[in-house]
Design a protein around this ligand. Structure first.
Ligand code: CAA
Length: 383
């Protein structure tokens, strides 16, 4: 059912995890957030701090040396990192996105081979689904994999690949049978060091500037047949199943960005004086803050409920994951825009963090499926 309230109530461990990750994020990640954005550079400090505390890929099961965090704990980690730096929150989020196809559908050997270094912080994972001419229509991809004895040979271009170039491992969806559209797509693990793998120039983006987005070129990349994830022809289903779980991590990112903006604005309005008193004393300001907090709380409940469904593997996860991502990202856009409004002219400058949060929020309405695609997904899976 949709009302399993007890099951997503955060436990004491979840609360302790939140406290720990919040202190870490404030001490080790927040101080660099503005510079990472300004210089559009990878937040290495964040990666180091997350790895040192085993928080860079918390979802990896303990059997592969991971922290074995459940879906809600993973959401909490991403939320708290995003609260101070959205770019850095893509480290735990995209590590889950890139590796979940292997965890869900990969052979035991593949899991051992790739989840162990991911858990150990030796290499990150990226997810390669989109292409220049296949965005929302993911099944329209052109990247091909052709069998050659004990090998597959991959050719094509993947676009909008988060953390491309920084990641060591790439889950790549490619066409193995062009006649069958989505049923003729297979998934593979490609390594950065494989011959024929190269990267495009980093995209110049509106937000999440610290997280590199690049094209991935596959030029006659010859990989052993055992790098296929699951059976031939199941790659699209695996990719979609993965997104059912990971759209919740984008909801978590959106939630964190929104909370960060509210927290900043809440402090600001108490300090800022106009007409002889703090602007927090004006009801117009109070109503804005109340609406922001209300929307965030609604997004949080939807996201945590979705995380609980993800953890249980509920059948109606597809609807809930899409709903959480769509709702929380719209909330993030509204709340960050209001935070800029509350700071007025100051909010519009880079001397304050809220304009960055507003720019960072925008991508959450676009990636892992635009909010229009989320509505297609929800409409096809109505509860
Ligand atoms: N779980 C399991 N299997 C699924 C599934 C799911 N949720 N959804 C689809 N499938 C499988 C099924 O086998 C299905 O066949 P049946 O209907 O016969 O069962 C098959 O896939 C085809 O599904 P559809 O007919 O629904 O496929 P479609 O071509 O109509 O596409 C779509 C549907 C929802 C629009 C899909 O293309 C989509 O989600 N598009 C958006 C893609 C996306 O989210 N891209 C983001 C990339 S990640 C990212 O942003 C990068 C980053 O680095 C952050």
């Amino acid at each position: 059912g949709s009302a399993d309230f007890d099951l997503y109530r955060p436990s004491e461990e979840h609360d302790m995890l939140r406290d720990a990750i919040r202190s870490l994020a404030e001490a080790k990640i927040a101080p660099f957030a503005a510079a990472v954005d300004e210089e559009a550079r990878f937040p290495q400090e964040a990666l180091d701090a997350l790895v040192a505390n085993d928080l860079h890929a918390v979802h990896v099961p303990e059997s592969y040396g991971g922290a074995g965090a459940d879906a809600l704990a993973t959401v909490i980690v991403i939320e708290e990192v995003a609260r101070v730096c959205a770019s850095s929150s893509l480290i735990p989020a995209v590590n889950k996105l890139g590796s979940l196809p292997v965890i869900l559908s990969g052979s035991e050997e593949l899991k051992k081979k790739y989840m162990t270094p991911l858990a150990g912080g030796e290499g990150m994972f990226s997810y390669c689904l989109s292409e220049p001419d296949a965005g929302s229509d993911a099944a329209g991809m052109k990247t091909k994999a052709v069998r050659d004895g004990d090998f597959w040979v991959l050719n094509g271009v993947k676009r909008w690949i988060t953390n491309a170039g920084v990641s060591e491992y790439y889950t790549v969806m490619a066409v193995t049978d062009p006649e069958k559209r989505s049923k003729g797509i297979s998934a593979f693990v490609v390594e950065k060091g494989d011959e024929g793998v190269s990267f495009g120039a980093p995209e110049k983006k509106l937000g999440i500037k610290g997280s590199p987005t690049r094209e991935v070129y596959l030029d006659n990349v010859r990989i052993p047949a055992d790098r296929m994830i699951g059976e031939e022809g199941t790659g699209f289903a695996t990719a979609m199943q993965t997104l059912d779980h990971t759209r919740i991590t984008i909801a978590a990112q959106a939630l964190g960005i929104a909370q960060g903006a509210l927290d900043y604005a809440k402090g600001y309005v108490k300090e800022r004086k106009q007409f002889g008193k703090p602007i927090a004393d004006f009801q117009g300001i109070q109503f804005m803050l109340a609406d922001m907090a209300m929307k965030i709380e609604a997004a949080r409940q939807l996201t945590y409920a979705a995380a609980a469904k993800s953890e249980r593997g509920d059948k109606d996860l597809t609807f809930q994951g899409a709903a959480a991502k769509c709702f929380a990202s719209d909330v993030a856009m509204e709340v960050t825009t209001d935070a800029v409004q509350l700071l007025g002219g100051y909010g519009y400058t880079r001397d304050y963090p809220v304009e960055r949060m507003m720019r960072d929020a925008k991508i959450t309405q676009i990636y892992e499926g635009t909010n229009q695609v989320q509505r297609i997904v929800m409409a096809r899976n109505l509860p």
